[in-house]
Design a protein around this ligand. Structure first.
Ligand code: DGT
Ligand code: CA
Ligand code: CA
Ligand code: ZN
Length: 584
């Protein structure tokens, strides 16, 4: 079995557990493991139990499931769940606002068998009057239906895993030079529609033919001398079935031009061609040519991408910026940002240990952060109101502080800060009294309840938290989960302004299905002069690797090291926190 197939089984288990009414944090554990397996660079079916446990989000029981699936294509727990719930029911669960209980009721008692019949029932007014289906619920379901009808796209993190395998397989083939993933994946978009791969070779037919016979290929959609399209055996996220992958093979002399073209975005390429025309040049997938060169046999550039931009009189534009959002003008003026990279990161500010719903101890988390080469890490957990995640009451909070204090002497070579993800209560107050908040170095404030508040109320709630000087970072501000639920209703502009005004940082959460803030909002924070923090929200030591996802979002938001708390030294971070604590 491929990683994608294993991921699909785990993701299916998550959905079925939700139907079974399981604790949402247990459901989430399977979703997390599915994303991690899909993004893993090693074939999970060939790993030992010990190696499996190194994958983010894979604990003992999920490791056992994977070992079982490797042998027979599924595992016992999943088979039993499948027997309990018919397939059509799964589709209904993609509707946010419906929920497992109502989905089961409609399925069993109201003849609603899939999305289509749910829509018909809503429109015909058949839900009205059913027990538990008030006007507000029906409105939520209708809104949720339009969300569920959009075809799910593959998460960037999952696509990276798939592409990495394919790129490596292509590089191993004889006669193949450079190989790169292009398209939206290379631009770091949060989700991708399909995977585009580009390879340099003098013998295209040989490469495309070998490509369509790779074990990852489920179905061949087309194969020719320079390109091939296939469906990959993959359905990692909820419903994102049959991922398409396009391979193009070009001669090495035009690899750079082709890479530029197939990386897109389309809007960037259109703007770039207009820019070229003004300079009496034309640019296409074969190279940059003088306008007079009708035969296009003498390219001015084409072998590398850098050469293509240079020939057009532009600084090299990193792929994450190629969305026609002002990058061409900035490149022409020499004003491109010095985008943050993973190696600029000195620490993480939001994560969880086994005091609440994380898998590893504070000590294991501290050591893993150190192994990553970080200079500091702020370790934390969930606050008391989040009972499903065993949130810490004041007594357990103090115990965790004491443990962390002890670790400062024990784990040398990394500075430890105390952080906590503290719930924002429904009126915008925080889940701990002020004197407790004062004992926490980094307070990350998040919404985990009452998602359905009206826009005004939610906006006021978030603004109040953002303006609270005891709050240091606003956590996953929109509350969205990609492919699962939209964020709650609120006015981001007002909240971002409140945060910037109070000097409160906003988080870019690197969990692959959160990526929250998104690139557009994060860029807005920078414009407003606000601070930003990249976080992993790690629930195990290896989930610290989600910093890479957060960095990608940050790059798409034009962020530089100076915009990020993560790029401060421990001393600078302490000073930043102290300045906030000293505010009246
Ligand atoms: P996706 O797959 O929906 O996430 O988005 P992309 O950007 O990967 O789009 P895709 O796969 O259709 O095409 C890959 C790149 O190839 C795209 O970003 C730009 C280039 N491209 C494809 N078709 C066209 C076209 O008709 N005109 C132009 N200018 N560029 C194109
Ligand atoms: Ca694509
Ligand atoms: Ca494509
Ligand atoms: Zn959270």
């Amino acid at each position: 079995m491929t990683n994608a197939e294993v991921a699909a089984l785990l993701s299916e288990t998550a959905v079925l557990l939700e139907l079974a009414g399981e604790n949402p944090f247990r459901t989430r554990a399977y979703e997390r493991a599915a994303m991690a397996v899909a993004g893993s660079s090693r074939p999970v079916c060939e790993l030992s139990e010990k190696e499996l446990l190194e994958i983010p989000g894979v604990g003992a029981s999920i490791a056992a499931h994977i070992r079982e699936a490797a042998g027979c294509g599924a595992f016992g727990d999943l088979r039993r769940l499948r027997e309990r719930f018919p397939a059509g029911l799964l589709e209904l669960l993609r509707v946010p606002g419906l929920g497992p209980k109502r989905a089961r009721f409609l399925f069993d008692a109201a003849g609603v068998k899939d999305l289509e019949s749910l829509k018909a029932a809503c429109e015909a007014g058949k839900l009205k009057g059913l027990k538990g289906f008030g006007d507000k619920i029906i409105a939520n379901i209708l809104e949720g239906l339009s969300f569920a009808e959009v075809k799910p796209r593959l998460l960037n993190w999952e696509a990276r895993g798939l592409a990495r395998e394919l790129v490596a397989a292509l590089k191993r083939m004889g006669g193949v030079g450079a190989v790169e993933a292009a398209g939206s994946l290379r631009r770091g978009r949060e989700t991708v529609g399909d995977i585009d791969i580009l390879a340099a070779s003098a013998d295209g037919a040989k490469v495309t033919e070998a490509f369509v016979h790779l074990p990852q290929v489920l179905k061949v959609l087309g194969v020719g001398e320079t390109k091939a399209s296939v469906l990959l055996a993959a359905a990692p996220t909820r419903g994102a079935a049959g991922v398409q992958c396009d391979l193009r093979v070009v001669p090495a002399a035009s690899f750079g031009a082709a890479l530029q073209y197939f990386t897109g975005s389309k809007d960037h390429n259109v703007a770039l061609r207009q820019w070229a025309l003004k300079r009496h040049l034309t640019v296409n997938e074969y190279g940059v040519f003088k306008l007079g060169d009708k035969e296009q046999k003498q390219p001015v550039a084409g072998r590398t991408e850098a050469e293509v931009y240079e020939a057009l009189g532009l600084a090299y534009i990193p792929p994450e910026l190629r969305e026609n959002r002002g990058e061409i003008e900035a490149a022409a003026a020499g004003k491109l940002p010095r985008l943050v990279t993973l190696s600029d990161i000195r620490g993480d500010l939001h994560n969880h240990s086994n005091h609440t719903d994380g898998r590893h101890s504070l000590e294991e988390m501290a050591r893993a952060a150190k192994e990553r080469g970080w200079e500091w890490v702020a370790l934390g957990d969930h606050s008391r109101s989040l009972t499903v995640a065993r949130g810490l009451d004041e007594k357990r909070l103090r115990a965790s502080f004491k443990e962390l204090e002890g670790l400062r002497a024990k784990v040398k070579g990394i500075e430890l800060f105390r952080s906590m993800e503290v719930d924002i209560l429904e009126d915008g107050r925080m889940d701990y009294p002020d004197d407790v908040l004062d004992e926490i170095d980094v307070v990350v404030a998040s919404v985990h309840s009452r998602f359905k508040q009206p826009l005004e109320q939610m906006t006021a709630r978030l603004c109040r938290a953002a303006a609270n000087r005891r709050v240091d970072v606003m956590g996953h501000l929109s509350g969205r989960l990609l492919n699962k639920r939209p964020g709650y209703a609120f006015d981001p502009e007002r909240v971002l302004k409140a945060a910037a005004g109070a000097g409160t940082a906003c988080e870019i959460n690197g969990q692959p299905d959160r990526q929250d803030l998104d690139d557009v909002s994060a860029r807005r924070v920078r414009e407003l002069g606000g601070a930003l923090a990249l976080t992993t929200d790690a629930h195990s030591t290896s989930e610290f690797q989600f910093m890479e996802m957060a960095v990608t979002v940050a790059r798409r938001a034009w962020l530089e090291p100076k915009d990020l708390l993560n790029c401060k030294s421990a001393k600078e971070l302490r000073e930043w926190l102290a300045a906030r604590a000293a505010k009246p």
